[in-house]
Design a protein. Structure first.
Length: 419
């Protein structure tokens, strides 16, 4: 009965919300091969064998290699996140799993187990999370707090929850105590003090001195097996190594023979593939089941955290809650809408929704283009492809199915338009 009621309410929602009168249903030997998504469909299981000069990928299958240009690739591999720190948050949006081994007024020296030691200018580092919360919501909140902080002072969050502002002066190792100490001058203090790094949960640097290096042209998201997520501006082969140049200017090198062991995900952005999360919406409407109103989020789940399904994270997509509707005008030249549908890991294997897609042409008449089966919290992502031939507008709907709207944290993963 609940399922029947959900379907009826869903059709009423569609009619009310849109004025519609129609409704119709080189791999290391021990590394596992990884699959991916191309614009023309799923990629067969294979290993990353290398890159093209423009950032495309070469996939080595059991019988042959396949080369995909950036415009032909949605994503290869699976992005993971690190639940351990420290995390170095760069101003281009990259997150490096690495230990801070030297802080000065001007530089941050870090040590990555995968990539080695680097010296970073402070103007490319937003902050460092030393203690990563185990719970995903708390982890999301802390990372967002560091990234979004805008203040003309350095900032410390202590492990006990206290906060300090002032200036980070340096870092040293105390041989007697066998601890790393941070030298910090608090706002209003005349003399600096030393704090053990183990007492600090996170720190952020003076934002006035940090450059905004978020890439806007064609670039690439890269995921490493330690959980690092990188914004790559370019890739090149140098003497048997692959050199990844981040948007922040940092150059990282991976040995050719360990490429597919250490680099586990690659996703081009700024290509002909248009992600809905990068486009302006024409309207959004949520109808509360009782009284709680939910927003939608671009590249985040409906709680504002990272898009997660299982143990994977998704950099691109839309987070919505039942019952809601999101509308777009389709730019010229796109022939298909694609996405993978799932309930976010925040639903904790609960929740149940129905995904619907409507399109309208020049005559303004809405037509149902897709309706999913009931998608539950434990289900794997469900691929959807909708023909946009003749369509000018697109509407995405999430409706509740069973148990009302309980934990209906729906994700349109990699929601995209392809030419």
């Amino acid at each position: 009965m609940r399922g029947e009621f959900s379907c009826v309410r869903g059709s009423l929602f569609a009619l009310w919300a849109m004025g519609c009168v129609l409704y119709a249903p080189a791999m290391a030997q021990d590394s596992p091969p990884l699959a991916g998504l191309a614009v023309d469909g799923p990629l067969a299981t294979g290993a990353l064998a290398g890159f093209t000069a423009d950032g495309g990928v070469v996939i080595r299958g059991e019988e042959a290699k396949r080369t995909l240009a950036p415009d032909e690739l949605v994503a290869w591999g699976t992005f993971r996140e690190s639940t351990r720190g420290p995390l170095i948050l760069l101003s281009d949006g990259s997150t490096l799993v690495a230990d801070p081994i030297g802080l000065t007024r001007a530089e941050v020296r870090i040590d990555s187990r995968l990539l080695g030691e680097f010296v970073l200018s402070k103007h490319v580092v937003r902050g460092i999370v030393l203690r990563v919360p185990a719970a995903a919501p708390a982890r999301d909140q802390l990372l967002q707090r560091v990234v979004q902080r805008r203040d003309a002072h350095d900032w410390l969050l202590l492990a006990n929850g206290d906060e300090l502002t002032g200036q980070i002066m340096g870092q040293r190792y105390d041989e007697q105590q066998r601890v790393e100490l941070l030298t910090f001058t608090a706002t209003g203090a005349k003399q600096p003090t030393e704090l053990p790094l183990q007492r600090i949960a996170a720190l952020a640097f003076d934002n006035v001195l940090v450059d905004d290096l978020a890439p806007r042209d064609t670039h690439f998201l890269a995921g490493l097996r330690d959980g690092s997520q990188l914004r790559v501006a370019s890739v090149a082969e140098r003497s048997g190594r692959w050199e990844l140049t981040l948007a922040a200017g940092l150059k990282l090198r991976l040995e050719d023979e360990s490429l597919s062991e250490d680099l586990i995900a690659w996703q081009p952005l700024g290509t002909k593939v248009a992600y809905l999360s990068d486009l302006r919406t024409t309207s959004y409407k949520h109808i509360p089941f009782l009284t709680i109103e939910w927003p939608y989020f671009a590249d985040r789940n409906c709680l504002g955290g990272q898009l997660r399904v299982g143990d994977a994270v998704y950099p691109k997509g839309l987070g919505m809650h039942s019952t809601s509707r999101l509308a777009y005008t389709i730019p010229a030249g796109y022939r298909q809408f694609q996405a993978e549908l799932a309930l976010d890991a925040a639903a904790d294997s609960r929740g149940s929704v129905i995904f619907r897609v409507f399109v309208a042409g020049d005559d303004g008449a809405w037509q149902a283009a897709y309706e999913s089966p009931v998608v539950r919290g434990s289900d794997p992502p469900l691929p959807v492809r909708v023909d946009l031939n003749g369509a000018r507008r697109l509407v995405l709907i999430v409706d509740f199915a069973e148990r009302g709207d309980e934990l209906d944290h729906a994700d349109w993963l990699n929601a995209r338009l392809v030419p």
